[in-house]
Design a protein around this ligand. Structure first.
Ligand code: GLY
Ligand code: MN
Ligand code: MN
Length: 453
């Protein structure tokens, strides 16, 4: 069976060429080098599952380990692209899987030249020779950095001898801010991938709701969720699923997922399916037995109101800090209503008295990475305004430590977060994860329907 994809290779290749051209337009003249992610050894000869580096995937679509992109602008702004890849290898392909190889990569990924990865260091001086600038990020792989400086040292000798007045080596410029800025505004193909990831993720959450019943293991809910992700074509999650019953929800990045959920407890699931390298990020919280207690419902409605208000704050031009401020203000009002805080909500908000119960941010960019690249503010700390094509999460929550004596007893151990993925549009925003139920009545109708029927 062919793998499920949302984007055809031809469409992806065309988009990637446009992305390289747009990025080099911003960077200007110079050689751009982007290696993929490093493979990571788990033990012996077994590796962790490889996922390509997002920057390389965004610029080429090339999925294999040990690949490096080199690209630069030629005269008249035409972009020249060279991709270094693993060569075909009969034995390694029997053990580890098929490779595009040097010819296959050139045929498939619309680049001008491909070479074996083993020739990269030998060819780099020649690629660098005409350039005054090198766009390359250091710090990811110290042996790569060391070898790069060896190439610089060799160039310095050549350039001194050439008498052409060139600096000893190219200026080294980090392309990450420009790459992050480019990846922050999603194109039509990326939005389609995110829509599909959102749809698959929503279905996975609903699958977990349907099988829920008192006593079910967190891992069993995770199995229902992720079986749906996989069967709908998501090859991996965007991050490890958080499946937290009862007070485990108060651990923000809970990952044990190994306890049974007892009658009367809530389940918080924060999970996202990755589709064609794009991930969704949805959190839903619901009662394992299909009925919110009065206390649970009261907290849930506070979080839901705050989340809806924060989503309404997403529109072009509005500060990227607005959803967080709106959520904090609404949650503070709710904390007063719930009897957790006492006093004037405006002053309590100003004094950040909500912090023990709401200690995380409300939003982050979303795309190829769950905490996607892109600046939120300028260097002086002033929030940027939203722009159409950005995608972010809106995910307020409230968490009451089971041992916190300042909190009314019936609220202790309740942890609730509600998270959706929001696309900024020309005139406001669109909720990509709207299909995932979050109203109290809808959750109560769905949870456990499989075993109650
Ligand atoms: N799933 C991690 C987050 O919501 O940021
Ligand atoms: Mn998130
Ligand atoms: Mn999340």
């Amino acid at each position: 069976m062919k793998p499920v994809t949302t984007v055809s290779t031809a469409e992806l290749v065309a988009r990637c060429a446009a992305r390289r051209a747009a990025l080099l337009e911003v960077l200007g003249d110079g050689l751009l080098l982007v290696p993929t992610a490093a493979e990571s050894l788990r033990n012996g000869d077994v590796h962790h599952t490889f996922r390509p580096g997002s920057d390389l995937a965004w610029l080429t679509g090339f999925p294999e380990p040990e690949s490096i992109l080199a690209a630069w602008r030629e005269a008249k702004g035409r972009v020249r692209t060279v991709l270094f890849v693993r060569p075909k290898d009969k034995v390694r392909e029997i053990w580890d899987g098929r490779r595009y190889g040097v010819q296959g990569a050139k045929r498939t990924f619309g680049v001008d030249e491909t070479h074996p990865i083993g020739e990269f260091w030998k060819r780099l001086p020649g690629l660098l020779a005409p350039h005054r600038r090198l766009f390359c990020r250091l710090g990811a792989d110290s042996s790569f950095d060391r070898r790069l400086f060896e190439v610089f040292a060799g160039l310095a000798g050549q350039r001194a001898r050439s008498r052409a007045g060139l600096p000893a080596h190219p200026d080294l410029v980090d392309p990450s801010p420009a790459l992050a800025g480019a990846r922050l505004i999603k194109d039509a193909v990326e939005i389609r991938c995110l829509e599909r990831a959102a749809q698959v993720t929503a279905e996975g959450h609903v699958a977990a709701m349907l099988v829920a019943q008192p006593g079910i293991g967190e891992h069993q809910l995770q199995a229902a969720l992720e079986a749906t992700f996989r069967s709908l074509g998501s090859r991996r999650n965007g991050y490890d699923s958080i499946v937290a019953g009862g007070a485990n929800a108060c651990v923000l990045h809970y990952h044990e997922n190994d306890r049974p959920v007892r009658r009367g407890e809530l389940v918080l699931i924060d999970a996202g399916a990755e589709i064609d390298h794009y991930t969704a990020d949805i959190t839903r919280t619901w009662p394992v037995d299909g009925r919110f207690s009065d206390a649970q419902r009261a907290v849930y409605e506070v979080v839901l109101r705050a989340q809806k208000a924060a989503i309404r704050a997403v529109k072009p031009g509005a500060g990227t800090d607005r959803p967080h401020l709106v959520a904090q203000r609404e949650l503070t009002k709710g904390l007063v209503k719930l009897g957790v805080l006492r006093g004037d909500p405006a002053k309590l908000f100003h004094d950040k008295k909500f912090m023990p119960y709401y200690m995380h941010g409300t939003s982050h960019w979303l795309g190829m990475d769950v905490h996607d690249v892109g600046a939120y503010q300028d260097e002086s700390g002033k929030a940027h305004g939203f722009r159409a094509g950005q995608v972010l999460t809106v995910e307020p929550g409230l968490y009451f430590d089971p041992k916190d004596r300042h909190v009314p007893k019936e609220l202790r151990g309740i942890g609730i977060r509600i998270e959706d993925d929001i696309l900024v549009t020309a005139d406001g925003c669109r909720n990509l994860t709207e299909a995932c139920p979050k109203e109290v009545r809808d959750l109560e109708a769905l949870v456990g329907r499989d075993w109650r029927a």
